[in-house]
Design a protein around this ligand. Structure first.
Ligand code: G3P
Ligand code: CA
Length: 244
């Protein structure tokens, strides 16, 4: 079923205006009035749920190496802000728990889109750990789990059959639609380039493309009344939606 209007989902928080996947970025997205927040979760060496996009800490922090080979204490020593701007020096890498705390503190009633980053590294047991952490709390927001990895979606679905799911993909929809046929997903999160190239607007599935950053792409999503769009610039998208 389609939502009333295209939901604006903030990619890694407000990635375009704050250091991605940090509490500052999520707070900015909430302040902008985003309908949803997208983020990515990994596992550390001591099996803590870590919020970051890449498998390695190199691009966004002052450290090097894999998250999987670091403890939470080592990850907490990293600076996840200064590469974005000197004013963000000292910004920490958050855990999933800290992000959820922030959303609860802000009484966030939107969508929390948690991407299980299991497509490059098989984080054994991450689905169970996420389930344990999120099912033990009273959450004011709705969760949509997504992943490029179908096996992760299947596993998560077994653990949480009542949650909502979406499959991420860049090309090729056939295998994705098998998940839909098997009632494992309600939505698809394709690359916006794929949506525009194929002009495929399926009425029976919720479509939320990424990464929708230009005004033309945002307008495309609004015009076709897609369920959502995932953007680095939630504030800009919300402003544009008012004018359409
Ligand atoms: O969830 C949409 C988008 O985040 C998927 O791609 O690489 O930015 O995690 P990526
Ligand atoms: Ca993501």
């Amino acid at each position: 079923m389609k939502e009333k209007y295209t939901q604006v989902i903030a990619h890694r928080g407000s990635k375009g205006t704050r250091p991605e996947n940090t509490l500052a970025s999520f707070q900015e997205a909430i302040n902008a009035g985003a309908d949803g927040i997208e983020t990515d979760v990994h596992l550390s060496a001591d099996r803590q749920l870590i919020i970051m996009h890449d498998e390695k800490v190199n691009r966004t922090t002052d450290g090097t190496g894999l998250i999987l080979e670091k403890t939470l204490a080592e990850i907490k020593e990293l600076d996840a802000g200064y590469k974005f701007g000197s004013e963000y020096r000292g910004t920490k890498v958050p855990t999933l728990e800290e992000v959820v705390d922030l959303l609860i503190e802000n009484d966030f009633h939107g969508v929390f889109n948690l991407e299980l980053k299991t497509n490059k590294i098989a984080y054994i047991g991450i689905e169970e750990l996420v389930t344990e952490q999120l099912s033990n709390r009273r959450l004011p927001f709705k969760i949509i789990y997504s992943s490029f990895n179908s096996e992760s979606i299947k596993k998560m679905h077994e653990l949480n059959p009542d949650s909502e799911y979406a499959k991420l993909f860049k090309t090729g929809i056939k295998r994705v639609m098998l998940l839909k046929k098997g009632h494992l997903i309600q939505g698809i999160h394709p690359d916006i380039k794929w949506v525009k190239r194929h002009k495929l607007l399926l009425p029976h599935i919720l479509i939320r493309p990424w990464t929708v950053n230009t005004e033309a792409d945002m307008a495309f999503c609004f015009k076709h009344k897609l369920a959502g769009l995932i953007t680095d610039y939630p504030k800009r998208a919300i402003e544009l939606r008012k004018d359409i």
